[in-house]
Write a protein that binds this ligand. Structure first.
Ligand code: SF4
Length: 374
């Protein structure tokens, strides 16, 4: 018997067996019943891409995607009216449309932002539902979870899986009430766990396979979204690299930094090297975190944790960056420039110090005006 094969608790509410009503499907379009409902009505997504009748669904689908580039952490996406049948259909269909647009843009940063936006929306809506329905959603997220009144029980393995990116003390397993292998949580706290589960699910599912018809139907949006993404990433780079020393960084560190800020996958050794390098060259933990750019919600805590560990804030060791030979063996030396090819060049820090010594002297920072004579 696995940890998840525990027998059903007869005292807990059963999942609803009746069909979920269309308004609820509109509020939670990632549920299986929502796509079943669309199929059962004979609606083909190919028609939704072009038919005039579905124009408002396409607009709402676009809106879902553009909203992901807003400041979600401060202002979660606003809700929309869902009282009429037309409003409900618009919302139900806008979800697959938005997924198609995100898939057509094919940008991993957009995928993460989109998953976060959808998870925030779902979490706000879920807070207005009763425990029975919350249980239903949790089951579709593959969680061993039961809400009952103001508390919820979540299998500890699911708890660990869904909170691995939440670093506050309040999320550590040792600080939870555990009963028979289940973590007992206030419902409000359990909903935060569910938000992470929704985000993981949506992120895992994307990108979906799309045909040429999707690219054609949303060609202007795909172009505009790519432009906005480039602009957004460039803005971070400009704001965060304003310190002015980056031009003296060795090619390897410049490359890693650019990849992180473009939200590309950087191997663990690359992340380690850049954090250790920045720390050794005098950047504070806060500054290093900022240089990582707009880290999505799920990755904020992991990034902070890694920075604090590597810089010795939460570990007994203050690490220094690897030497060139190690960087080369891990494939994270891009080959280097003429300075890198000097026989004495054995370490990225040597490169930086050499460049610093030869850099033109910068004017001193402005100081307060001297007091007027007399
Ligand atoms: S030779 Fe060394 S300093 Fe130059 S890019 Fe490679 S790892 Fe970096």
């Amino acid at each position: 018997m696995t940890a998840h094969d525990t027998p059903a608790n007869p005292f807990l509410p059963r999942r609803p067996s009746e069909a979920v009503d269309p308004r609820t499907l509109a509020r939670f379009p990632f549920l299986k019943e929502a796509s079943d409902h669309v199929k059962a009505q004979g609606i083909r997504l190919g028609d939704v891409l072009t038919a005039r009748a579905w124009g408002t669904a396409r607009d709402r689908g676009r809106e879902r995607v553009y909203q992901t580039l807003e400041d979600l952490e401060k202002t979660p996406p606003p809700d929309v009216p869902l009282s009429t049948e037309q409003e409900q259909w618009r919302e139900i269909l806008s979800y697959p449309i938005s997924r198609m647009i995100v898939s057509a843009v094919a940008d991993s940063y957009l995928v993460r932002r989109y998953a976060l936006a959808e998870a925030l929306r779902a979490s706000a809506r879920l807070a207005q539902e009763d425990g029975r329905f919350v249980n239903h959603v949790a089951a579709q997220l593959d969680l061993d979870f039961t809400a009952d009144g103001g508390t919820a029980r979540l299998h500890f393995l699911d708890f660990l899986r869904c909170t691995s990116t939440l670093r506050g003390k309040e999320w550590k397993l040792v600080n939870q009430a555990v009963d028979g292998g289940y973590v007992v949580l206030r419902l409000e706290k359990a909903l935060r766990v569910l938000q992470n589960a929704v985000q993981r699910k949506i992120e895992r599912e994307l990108p979906i396979e799309i045909g040429d018809d999707v690219g054609e139907a949303f060609a202007d949006d795909v172009r505009e979204l790519r432009r906005l993404l480039v602009e957004r990433k460039a803005r971070f780079r400009q704001e965060d690299l304003g310190r002015g020393d980056i031009g003296e960084f060795p090619p390897c560190m410049q490359k890693i930094l650019a990849e992180i800020q473009a939200h590309e996958n950087v191997a663990h050794m690359g992340r380690f090297a850049i954090v250790a390098f920045l720390h050794t060259t005098g950047f504070t933990n806060e500054e290093i975190f900022k240089l990582f750019g707009d880290v999505p919600d799920f990755a904020v805590d992991v990034t902070k944790y890694q920075i604090e560990h590597i810089t010795g804030t939460t570990s007994p060791t203050e690490y220094t960056p690897p030497e060139c030979s190690t960087m080369k063996s891990y494939g994270i030396c891009p080959g280097g420039d003429s300075l890198c090819h000097q026989p004495w060049m054995t370490h990225p820090l040597k490169y930086y110090r050499y460049k610093r010594r030869r850099a033109p002297r910068r004017p001193p920072p402005p100081t307060a005006a001297p007091p007027a004579p007399g």
